[in-house]
Design a protein around this ligand. Sequence first.
Ligand SMILES: [Zn+2]
Length: 248
Amino acid sequence: MTIKTVMLEDLTWPLVEKALIDGYKTVLVPVGSIEQHGYHLPLATDSLFGEALAKRLAEKMGKTLVAPVIRPGCSVHHMGFPGSLDVSPATLMSVVRDVCFSLDHHGFEYIILIPTHGGNFAPVATVTQEIAPKLKANLVAMGDLMSLIGKMQEAAVEMGIPREAVGGHACAGETSIILAYRPDLVRMKETKPGYMGPFTTMYQRKGFKAVSPTGVMGDPRPSTKEAGELMIEKITEMYLTAIKRELG
Ligand SMILES: [Zn+2]
């Protein structure tokens, strides 16, 4: 019996039992979304990004599994676009809570939540604070939206892509990342620029469509697979540092 994948959902229960005995003490839990990402990216973009990032982190950390991506997420501001699914913060927090208690029950010692969608950061932070004292496992939540976008911008500039193209949604950041992880799902011929002003949270009050009728913030057209690879690498390094700091 060998453990050939880091994906918990692809294993059998005897393999999970073996992993736990073999010292797999850490489990990563991506928290994604199913929401519009412009004319060219799939609704699952944030979930795929979470999966790509968690897989890379798990490979670097060793003896680490990746739990199923929790989705849908809190996407109320994207409901103006067909196909977007929204759950309330209370629902998302309940699911995160129950998944963490399940993983804790099975004996994982470190549970690391990885939100990859803007609307999930606040509820994930809230539920982390609430349940961390009740778990035997150590629970932490990674990152914030602005540091994620910052790392994407840093990588973009290094690869010759203008910083403004990484506007934060279905932009040259997310598009490059999906080109690196699931190029089969990117429709590059359909890319259209979106809102190009400074990052704004106005969409939280008025809905995303009011800010960007294309559903894009930034410009996906200069995206490349190579830039996406560098983005995943830089975000992974940032999270590895944070995980070491939080969990020793
Ligand atoms: Zn996204």
